[in-house]
Design a protein around this ligand. Sequence first.
Ligand code: ADP
Ligand code: MG
Length: 634
Amino acid sequence: MAAETRSFQAEVSKLLHIVANAMYSEREVFLRELISNAADACDKLRFLALSDATLVEGDTEFRIRITADPKAGTLTISDNGIGMTDAELHANLGTIASSGTAAFVDNLSGDAKKDVGLIGQFGVGFYSAFMVADKVEVLTRTAGTDKAWLWTSDGLGEYTVTASEKADRGTIITLYLKKNARAFAEKERLRTVVRTYSDHIPFPIGFVETNEDGVEEVDSLNRASALWTRPKSDISEDDYKEFYHHTGHAFDDPWMTLHWKAEGRIEYHGLLFVPTQAPFDLFHPERRHHVKLYVKRVFITDEVEGLVPSWLRFMKGVIDCADLPLNISREMLQSNPVVTSISQAVTKRVLSELKKKAKKDPEAYATFWRSFGAVIKEGLYANGQEHKDTLLELARFRSSAGDDLVSLADYIARMKENQTAIYYIAAENEETAKASPQLEGFVKKGVEVLYLTDPIDEFWVQAQFDGYDGKPLKSVTRGGADLSTIKGAASDDDTKTAAEDKDPGAASAVDALVASVKLALGEAVKDVRSTDRLADSPVCLVADDNDLDMNLERMLRQHKQLDMAPKRVLELNPDHMLIKGLAKLVKDGKAGVGIEDAAFLLLDQAHILEGEPVADAKAFTKRLSEVMVKALGA
Ligand code: ADP
Ligand code: MG
């Protein structure tokens, strides 16, 4: 029979021109496309054979084979799937079926770099063969017929279809590799590409070689098992582990494995793992997640921003969705409503599993939280109110109550009578937090204070002031302490108010001292006041109600994101010997000009307690020396 040569549809020619100039780094995806077509062809026949078994008679094992001849620079991909008739060859490999795609291709700018990425989203994967080949042959025979056809093209405008011979059903695609694509005739390169994109294609992909004795040997390139599509009951823990190691490039064991199938509006399989150990790139600036997106068992990409929120980026594994087109580009995925729905459902699922685990095994959960809590808390900042209650429920904290991690529910259960807020202190680390003078009064009274020591804490806490279960979060280094209204534990009896009641004169003396210190310090502070926040220290600094918390201020200054620091409030401990003594001097009118030096020394001490430099080291030293000289009586 005569060969029939036809021109490609104009849009195809345009597409081929762009494909031929594809970026080098993108070219390997041609193999994914051809393998996925082969797998589709097997899937289609497998389905038809359900009602007509004769279609697969004599050959019921579906498979994909690859052969290569590095010397000749050829590569073949064959399958024993459904095959194509000559009409199908024309329709599938000469035109672009979808008018939408045709219109899109028609509008391509011809800028290869930009457009190849976009091409991926339309059902035109076959043409990607011309990224690596300057000639392609398709020899095919439809199952259940004995006619075979050979399609050939150099991708330059025309293709030819000829009647041909083929011993069995299916399709063989032969690529005559471009000179600069010869590497794709090498077995190991092929293995790598197959492993990357097609490992879980559910048909064996065998690499066929003929050995010295002329015997064919088949080496399997993929694992042919989409583990996630198999029922849970068929999968052992070791299977999961091995899959986790392979797909997550991980060496630890999964801390938690989630495997489910979602049915309904959007269908997908999820197989996700929480690692035991924090991955090394957990806090890299890109904050990338490691969940791979598959469409119908074909790997698409692991770079879908938003497939899982960045605050769950420690998760590893696979989402396989049947409701997305196979050839979808990353750009298109980012705003895709299917991806958004999946992401929401996955997030909910992960959070609810974490909640269960937290309840069932608090100790194991504490380990998890130590590794990943700082990441999860980003969700309280990034997603605002969306998962707020769940995330706050999941959150664990170190606190002044002891060495165990505490939940907000634990905290609230231990709150003192009349205590209305959840108190926290934000600090660089736990030691600093513990040593903070602002904590003293709380600890003395038995009021628990949470230690927030992750950099993210300052940020989410600003976004979640209204707190948990109707209890606002309040910093002990900001605003008034109002500790007097809280009833302390019986054991740490509230001695202070009692003392004040006995001696109202002392209170007015402190008021007088406050006034003089304020006068002396002038612009150096925002305010001076007496406090019940302190126990052992004479003074401390706090931020005013609506100002930045001090730890955040330090952080921002460190990162040069703050030029003008807000002024702080200096608080005096009316029960401290030093303050009492100074108050008495002022009250008795004996303070004189010395009160100015004393005021600055108090302020400098407060700075030192904060781990901050004093404002004027020279003046500080001079004042301190004078005081010491006086004390020595010299
Ligand atoms: P898509 O796979 O998205 O439909 P392709 O450009 O990859 O787009 O393939 C076009 C069509 O060519 C396929 O839909 C299929 O009908 C046909 N085809 C490609 N490869 C094969 C094959 N190996 N066996 C049977 N049909 C194939
Ligand atoms: Mg395809």
